[in-house]
Design a protein around this ligand. Structure first.
Ligand SMILES: [Zn+2]
Length: 199
């Protein structure tokens, strides 16, 4: 279901990242049913994160107000999880622009950041993002959390063993991720890192 995308592009795209001994948490593919628990944990641990939402999952009953009130950011992960590179430019535009419009209409806030599904994009995608004034945010550290339903501790190990200054960490709104999130946050801090949210 998930794909890491093309690493060469990732390097080029990581122009936005925390500086110094700081890292940023990102949660993809929501808003889903585990979001309230993720918000509880982040609040308790005083960490702010960037959520990339599929706009098809966003409706008024989702706790988007709390996400914003707690100081997190909501970015677009397109309308559904279609690989944008399989679409014409016109269709890509509809998926991207439509998702941003829906999120902005419901939340009343401006969407500034975009992450393509599967990390996959092409020149058309980049032109559209430029035209819509959206900043792409990729990641340089994945937890492979979708693979570790049976053994959530691996999620933490994957991250801690690859942590570096400025890391943008890819997580998902999954049950196994909520199970290790508190200890993951503690361990990142134990390693001497702080959390920072780009603004
Ligand atoms: Zn995704």
């Amino acid at each position: 279901m998930y794909d890491l995308g093309d690493k060469r592009w990732l390097i080029n795209l990581n122009q936005i990242k925390p500086s110094g001994k700081k890292v940023m948490l990102t949660f993809d593919d929501g808003p889903g049913k585990h979001l309230p628990l993720i918000l509880d944990i982040l609040k308790e641990k005083q960490v702010k994160a960037l959520f990339f939402w599929q706009s098809r999952l966003l409706y008024n009953g989702r706790p988007w107000k709390r996400v914003l009130k707690d100081g997190h950011l909501i970015g677009s992960h397109a309308s559904n999880h279609t690989n944008l590179t399989s679409l014409t430019k016109e269709l890509q535009y509809r998926h991207i622009q439509g998702s941003v419009e829906k999120i902005e209409t419901i939340t009343g806030g401006q969407v500034k950041y975009f992450r393509p599904p599967f990390g996959q994009y092409n020149e058309d995608t980049m032109e559209i993002l430029h035209d819509l004034n959206l900043t792409p945010v990729m990641w340089d550290l994945t937890s492979y959390d979708w693979n570790h339903q049976e053994n959530p501790t691996c999620i933490k190990t994957n991250i801690i063993s690859h942590l570096q200054e400025g890391s943008i960490i890819l997580l998902h709104e999954l049950k196994q991720t909520t199970m290790i999130l508190p200890e993951l946050i503690d361990e990142i801090r134990n390693q001497g890192y702080e959390f920072e949210l780009i603004s």
